[in-house]
Design a protein around this ligand. Sequence first.
Ligand SMILES: Nc1nc2c(ncn2[C@@H]2O[C@H](COP(=O)(O)OP(=O)(O)O)[C@@H](O)[C@H]2O)c(=O)[nH]1
Ligand SMILES: [Mg+2]
Length: 260
Amino acid sequence: MFPEGFKIIRHLHHHESHKSPRTHTQSGTVKNVQTSDNRKIKVVRRVLDVNQQMAERNRQMFHENGVFVLNIMSSPGSGKTTTLEKTLERIMSNIKCAVIVGDICTTNDADRLARSGAPVVQINTDEFGGDCHLAAHVIEKAANGIDLEAIECLIVENVGNLVCPAEFDIGEDLRVVILSVTEGEDKPLKYPLMFRECDAAILNKIDLLPYLDYDSEAAVQNILQVHPGIPVFELSAKTEEGFKPWIQWLTAQVRSNRNH
Ligand SMILES: Nc1nc2c(ncn2[C@@H]2O[C@H](COP(=O)(O)OP(=O)(O)O)[C@@H](O)[C@H]2O)c(=O)[nH]1
Ligand SMILES: [Mg+2]
C-alpha cells in the first residue's frame, strides 16, 4: 500500500559520494590535457565510484519493477514543483506516478505534490550540513517507502541547484532541466554540464515574457549549443501555455519503457 500523505527522510551526509561525482558518460577514460604552459597532465576518471555503483543498483531495482524514473533539476524557484503539479494533474489518470522530492528543509513541496493523489516521499538533507543534491543511496532509501509494483513512473524533484545534481546519477532513465525566463539566457553556457547531462529542457514562465528583456531564441540556441538536438519545451507552468508537447513527449517516453 502507498504511505498516507508523505514520508520525510533525513539522511547522513555521504562524504564518499561528494568525492566521487558521477562519471557515467566519461567512466574509465584517461585523457591527456594540454595545459597553458604546454605541460601534459593525465586526467584519470575512476571506472566505478560509490555513487555510480549505487545508482546502477537502483536502476536495476526500478527496471525489475517496470518503473520509469524521471529526474527533474533546476535552480531554486524555476518552477519544478509547479511544473510537476500540473504534469501530474494531466498524466495521473493514464500513468500511475509516485514522487520523491528533495529539499534541504521543509515539507512544503511534498504538501503541494501530495494533493495530486500521488504517493510522495520528502527527503530533507539538512541534518548533516544540507546536501545540495540527491545521491543514489538516498533515493534507494526513499524508494523503500514506495510500493514500486503499484506505479510505473517515479518522478524525482531534485534539490534546487544548477550544478551538483548534474554530477550524481541516481539510477534514473531520464533527466530534465528547467530554466525559467527570469534567470537569463546565458545560464546554459555558464552551467553547461547540467544542460549536457539532461535529455530534455523546459523553458518555464513564458507568461512573463512581455515584462522582461529576455531573448527566448538566444536561450534556446544556448541550450542547443551545449547539447545539440536536445528537445526544448517552452511553456508556462502557471497558465499551462505550451504544456501539450511536453506532456506528449513525456507520455511517449514512459510508454516506450512499458514496451521494453
Ligand atoms: N509567472 C509564473 N510563475 C511561476 C511559473 N512556474 C512557477 N512559478 C512561480 O515561481 C515560484 C517558484 O516555483 P516552484 O514551483 O516552487 O519552483 P521550484 O523551487 O523549482 O520547485 C512560485 O512562486 C511559483 O508560483 C510560471 O510558469 N509562471
Ligand atoms: Mg520545489
